[in-house]
Design a binder for this molecule. Structure first.
Ligand SMILES: [Zn+2]
Ligand SMILES: [Zn+2]
Length: 496
């Protein structure tokens, strides 16, 4: 259906695209592309859509359909990394617009390349009888000269953000120290309720040294991070690559990362692409309420979000997954992320805020130093950005210097006991667990807030040692939670 209306200045043309997708089609591939034409004098594109039986229960529970939406311009939409990507809003917006100078958050403003564009529908959930969709695309046209330079060259190239690897914050290179931050949060650029500025200012108020804003499947928040780069915090451009089989955080690249992974080969390709480009990637929240990680492959990821949101959000499931990978010798670094979607003044959607949990890294304050520290496993995680600390180190050669940190590998002489040290803050009435290859080898009650606990261990046959700080939270019958956890110290020469 096409409707044309002519105003005094602008023309407007609306195309309505309706259809039905069967559950079987969705099972084969959940992404569908609906073509429409953009004339060479287009000055704005407005899209709205709806679909049958949308899920109404919170967090996508309960029956119904979930259909996400995004858009590609005439430069193409082939997987992976096509030039034509122009934005994605999941199922969080019923409409969006793009124009040369402005766009809905999550969408890339800029030249409206003439030719065949595509609306992309991504079907997250479908009822057995399928789903009907109804998309309206209104293209505004300038009645004047059009939006091309004489000769037909586009007025602007792809407009979004600088792709150079420049630090977003001025590096304060005063040597490595423990820095705290949050590696996972969302803004209005995807399904969060806060502006980037609100989230970043809250992180500064909390005293965080770094923050990764990880909006779903888009990169339009990057330029706002750049705008805020004079604030005293290191802002790491990031994207939560959000597929229907699992979520993966990408940190440190200045480009959009394709998320349309519908099988093992495509997610493997995205992982390799991010790593080759020098970025960092993690498997996120691999637990029943994650959403989980449904891909078969668990190997080759440098990190895993073992702790997402408060501990009681089923993080023990992720911890078990992580331990099982460590036992196989897979050196995947545990990190935390609040995954916050709303903080005041927005209406809170979850009962926790930024930095719950907090990830601590031993680094200088530059982005590259922080990411390198994560790669190295020089990381522990605490419940919040307060004074709680848990630092595990080892003296493998018996010189009384604890020179090996979490993430490092020690090579003790055969038969020699290795001396370990755990520095604890926030230990009062909590218990320190020392864990070797997933099994507790020592549990001791702590009676002071600050403690340094040293112990010797025969590590022969073990692959790794790590520590946890556990203790009650809330009413006694609710049991213990983890208040802090370290990454492991690895032991060489114990391949089994
Ligand atoms: Zn996620
Ligand atoms: Zn998230």
């Amino acid at each position: 259906m096409v409707g044309v209306s002519a105003g005094a200045k602008n023309l407007e043309e609306t195309v309505r695209i309706e259809g039905h997708l069967t559950a079987e089609q969705v099972r084969r591939n959940p992404y569908f592309y609906l073509p429409f034409n953009v004339p060479n004098n287009a000055s704005g594109i407005h899209v709205s859509y709806g679909y049958s039986d949308p899920v109404t229960a919170s967090f996508g529970n309960g029956p119904g359909n979930v259909v996400d939406i995004g858009i590609f311009d005439s430069r193409g939409y082939d997987f992976p990394q096509p030039a034509g990507f122009r934005g994605w809003s999941g199922a969080s917006r019923p409409e969006f617009f793009l124009a040369p100078e402005d766009a809905t958050p999550g969408y890339i403003r800029g030249h409206l390349f003439p030719g065949e564009w595509h609306i992309m529908l991504g079907v997250d959930r479908v009822e057995p009888e399928g789903v009907r969709y109804d998309v309206s695309v209104t293209v505004e046209q300038e009645s004047g000269a059009g939006n091309q330079e004489p000769g037909g060259t586009p007025r602007s190239a792809r407009p979004e953000v600088s792709k150079e690897r420049v630090g977003y914050s001025t590096p304060k290179t005063n040597g490595a120290r423990w820095l705290k931050g949050d590696l996972h949060c969302h803004t209005v650029h995807s399904d969060g309720l806060n502006s980037v500025e609100e989230i970043v200012r809250n992180a500064v108020e909390l005293g965080l040294d770094f923050l990764a804003v990880t909006d779903h499947n888009t990169s339009t928040h990057f330029e706002e991070l750049e705008r805020l780069s004079d604030l005293p915090i290191t802002l790491i451009p990031s994207e939560e690559v959000t597929t229907y089989w699992g979520h993966a955080n990408m940190w440190g690249l200045r480009e959009w990362i394709d998320f349309r992974c519908a099988d093992q080969a495509s997610i493997d390709g995205v992982r390799r692409y991010v790593l080759q480009k020098g970025g960092l990637i993690s498997m996120n929240h691999p637990k029943s309420v994650g959403p989980p990680w449904f891909f078969r492959g668990w190997e080759g990821y440098p990190s895993m979000e073992v702790w997402q949101a408060p501990w009681r959000f089923y993080n023990w499931e992720s911890l078990e997954r992580w331990d099982s990978l460590l036992r196989k010798g897979e050196r995947v670094v545990a990190v935390g992320g609040s995954d916050v979607h709303s903080i005041p003044p927005a209406e809170p959607r979850h009962p926790h805020g930024l930095a719950n949990p907090t990830t601590w890294v031993y680094a200088e304050s530059s982005e590259s130093s922080i990411l390198d520290a994560i790669r190295a496993g020089h990381v522990f995680i605490t419940d919040g950005p307060n004074d709680t600390r848990l630092v595990l180190s080892a003296d493998a050669d018996g010189d009384r210097r604890f020179e090996s940190l979490m993430g490092d590998t020690i090579s003790p002489l055969d038969g020699r006991l290795v001396r370990f040290r755990v520095e604890v803050n926030g230990g009062m009435d909590r218990r320190l667990w020392l864990i070797a290859d997933g099994v507790p080898v020592d549990i001791r009650s702590l009676e002071k807030v600050e403690t340094t606990h040293e112990f010797s261990l025969d590590v022969s046959g073990y692959r790794y040692i790590r520590a946890e700080l556990r203790g009650p939270r809330g009413r006694p019958e609710r049991g213990e939670v983890i208040w802090a956890m370290t990454n492991p110290i690895w032991i060489a020469n114990s391949e089994r």
